[in-house]
Design a protein around this ligand. Sequence first.
Ligand SMILES: CC(=O)SCCNC(=O)CCNC(=O)[C@H](O)C(C)(C)COP(=O)(O)OP(=O)(O)OC[C@H]1O[C@@H](n2cnc3c(N)ncnc32)[C@H](O)[C@@H]1OP(=O)(O)O
Ligand SMILES: O=C(O)CCC(=O)C(=O)O
Length: 426
Amino acid sequence: MSEPHIRDNEWWVSPYNNAPEVVAARKLPAKVEIHDATLRDGEQTPGIVMDVADKVAIAEKLAEVGVERIEAGMPAVSDMDYQAIKEISRLGLKSKIFSFARAVTADIDKAVDCGCHGVIIEIPIGYPKLKYQFKWTWEDVLRKSVEVVNYAKKRGLYTVYFPYDTTRARPDDFENLLTRLMQDAPPDSIGIVDTMGCALPEAIKYMVRWVTRLTHLPVEVHTHNDFGMAVATELAGVEAGASCIHSCANGLGERTGNAALEELMVALHVLYGYDKQYRLDKLPELGALVSRISGVPIAANKPILGSKNFTRESGIGVDLVVREPLAMFGTHPALTGRAGDVVLGKKSGKASITYTLERLGLPIPDDAAVNEMLKQVKDQGIAKRGLVTDEEFLKIAESIMQARFPKLNGKSPTAAMPLLYVSKAL
Ligand SMILES: CC(=O)SCCNC(=O)CCNC(=O)[C@H](O)C(C)(C)COP(=O)(O)OP(=O)(O)OC[C@H]1O[C@@H](n2cnc3c(N)ncnc32)[C@H](O)[C@@H]1OP(=O)(O)O
Ligand SMILES: O=C(O)CCC(=O)C(=O)O
């Protein structure tokens, strides 16, 4: 089928994503890039330390997945970060390498020394930050920014201006800052930073349009997940024309984390129809690597990567999980390197039993036996408040079949199973 919401064996999502009224409200850029900050903002998750080898391994996997930009770290934090960024730059990966800098020239020098393509120049503009933390006015911010932005550009770096806590800036502060920055030190692009993850998707759209109008520069969006909307707000930014969105693999990051890389990649391709520029099938490998190195487990129900995303216990339609996955899921498990799975428990139905028997290579007995197996599976699932394992199910199936064919009592349990079924035909 050729409608955008359906691609055979890949996805079947909502046709209303492409309703004329919905499409008319969008101003999608021709291309969107992902700037991944796992090695900097992801490492800012409390307690995580990644050494040089860890960062190199993650950078290589990010490049393999197809991330356009890797923020490899903040050299000011430690010599290990400095070495890691340098090492990653030397690898000659397809992704462009960025470093994170304060608005100080020494940090720009470090980015150049590390061989980076670009730099993110961070400076606060959110009013709570200016008022309580820095005691700066927007004029102070401008003064500190101008010299450093010009310096970074002079040193040949792609320069992203990152006035953080943007979404809590006073409108006049932000507008004055950007207006004057464009006169005195225009960077290559501007980041809208939802440091506290507290802006609505519609607010981010408004801000992207506002910054575009003020600067005519490419706009990037960087969000956190405090209201569970980091991915939604970045995609809203794209709908308003943002051409670069920031991420962390597995949604790592300060507090509730950053917009999750894997969710953005799949959404750009499946929900917005951007060309498949990413190896979505490699996302589980990246997720497992980042989880192992960070020590932060992936939640079982985490979008894209959760171990139970394509697992169904509920009996209704369960036989379709493997036979016709798009009846049961919006995306085919194989699109993201996954496989569907049927498990047994309290919510099983008859189809769960017959499916499991087939999967175990066993014949399907008569209806009464299947019903009895189902009853015992449910009872056991309830009793243990969990799933019934294959081993437990085999015991249930065997005892039922042996009761029906007592002549075969005494045979070894599992070895006798096929025989027990065959015996019904005798
Ligand atoms: C939203 C945010 O939190 S933004 C950044 C978060 N990331 C990090 O903090 C990374 C991990 N941090 C670290 O390892 C350390 O905090 C360091 C190495 C970066 C800095 O450590 P410290 O030596 O304690 O420096 P400190 O935080 O006191 O700042 C030093 C100076 O930089 C100034 N500064 C801080 N941020 C910026 C900035 N974005 N641009 C320009 N100057 C800045 C401070 O005002 C201070 O100036 P002062 O010496 O005139 O008072
Ligand atoms: O480390 C920080 O939180 C500052 C920069 C940033 O990533 C943000 O504001 O979201």
